[in-house]
Ligand binder design. Structure first.
Ligand code: 13P
Length: 257
């Protein structure tokens, strides 16, 4: 008998929602999933910092909450920044690190991302490391070297034991917010490559690898059925409780097979 699958379905709300609309959204999700069998499905949402408290209050028992970013210093004169210890103590479970919007718009380098990863691992947070290639990198045949470089730097001082506490999100930049998701074969190929490279680096290879980039209620089943795709990190479709719940339902059904 083959082992049953587990999934993680995460909603990255980005710079969307106010405290009141965040409360409505998380309450809608919580209500929508209450009758699903989530014994092998982890659900998480990533609201803007200012909405984390209210979302934690209204999340109910099945929804974990995470932050979209962090700073690597524990405290001090870093105006506008939030440390991993603060995020942890606020009651969050996860923190996103190295999202492509942080890399491109806010110029975060692989080195800064490594520092953030190390800082998160000093707390009880589970870091979700985001990696992925741009369209021009893919078109010029550099997808694998870009992913390798992102993994090599992020993991250089992470022990194999620490690597077991991580989640990776493969988010091809060309698929984010474009409506053009990677095909199930493209996504599976990249996830398989990432797992193989983790093994080359001597790190834990069984960690969850989530796919992100234009995941919708319509393509979730195809993507989540792939052997190396352990969940999804969803932007646009996580902002409406109906579509997010529908993706969670798909994962719940697949986890029962
Ligand atoms: P979309 O689902 O809107 O493409 O965003 C993906 C993403 O960036 C999740 O972190």
């Amino acid at each position: 008998m083959t082992k049953k699958r587990s999934y993680c379905i995460a909603g990255n709300w980005k710079m969307n929602t106010t405290p009141s609309s965040a409360t409505t959204l998380v309450s809608g999700i919580s209500h929508g999933i209450e009758n699903l069998n989530l014994s092998r499905v982890r659900v998480a949402v990533f609201p803007p910092f200012i909405n984390i408290n209210t979302v934690l209050e209204h999340a109910g028992g099945h929804i974990a909450v995470g932050a979209q970013n962090c700073y690597y210093e524990p405290n001090g004169a870093f105006t506008g920044e939030v440390s991993c210890g603060m995020i942890d103590d606020a009651g969050c479970t996860y923190v996103l690190i190295g999202h492509s919007e942080r890399r491109t718009i806010f110029k975060e380098s692989n080195t800064v991302i490594e520092l953030k990863l190390k800082a998160a691992l000093q707390t009880s947070l589970t870091p979700i490391l985001c990696i992925g290639e741009t369209l021009s990198e893919r078109q010029s045949g550099n997808t694998w070297s870009v992913l390798q470089e992102q993994l090599n730097t992020a993991f250089q001082t992470i022990t194999p034991e620490q690597s077991a506490r991580l989640v990776i999100a493969y988010e091809p930049v060309w698929a984010i917010g474009t409506g053009v998701a990677a095909t199930k074969d493209e996504a599976q190929e990249a996830h398989h490559f990432i797992r193989k490279h983790l093994s080359v680096l001597g790190k834990e290879t069984s960690i969850p690898i989530l796919y992100g980039g234009s995941v919708t209620a319509d393509n979730a089943r195809d993507l989540l059925s792939q052997p190396d795709i352990d969940g999804a990190l969803i932007g646009g479709a996580s902002l409406k409780h109906e579509s997010f719940v529908s993706i969670i339902r798909t994962a719940a059904l697949l986890s029962e097979n």
